[in-house]
Design a protein. Structure first.
Length: 76
């Protein structure tokens, strides 16, 4: 069970041809409070999945409240 100080970070990455995109959203208490996305010039979906998860973790660490947990949720 998550607490009101916990952050759930959902990340995603997708690849099509020579373009790849990543994104993430952060939620606290079921409310989205931060999101980001971008593109990479890589054709491996695992690279962009990892980039999205890393970006989500960095963002969550900067937003974490004392005593709060961070949950990184991947769709891969």
């Amino acid at each position: 069970m998550t607490r009101s100080t916990d952050i759930s970070a959902y990340s995603n990455g997708s690849s099509k041809g020579h373009g790849s995109s990543w994104g993430f959203v952060l939620q606290r208490g079921g409310v989205i409070f931060k999101r980001s996305r971008g593109n990479l010039l890589r054709d491996k979906v695992f690279d962009v999945e990892l980039h999205g998860a890393t970006a989500a973790l960095h963002a969550a660490l900067s937003e974490r409240q004392t005593g709060g947990n961070i949950f990184i949720l991947l769709n891969n």
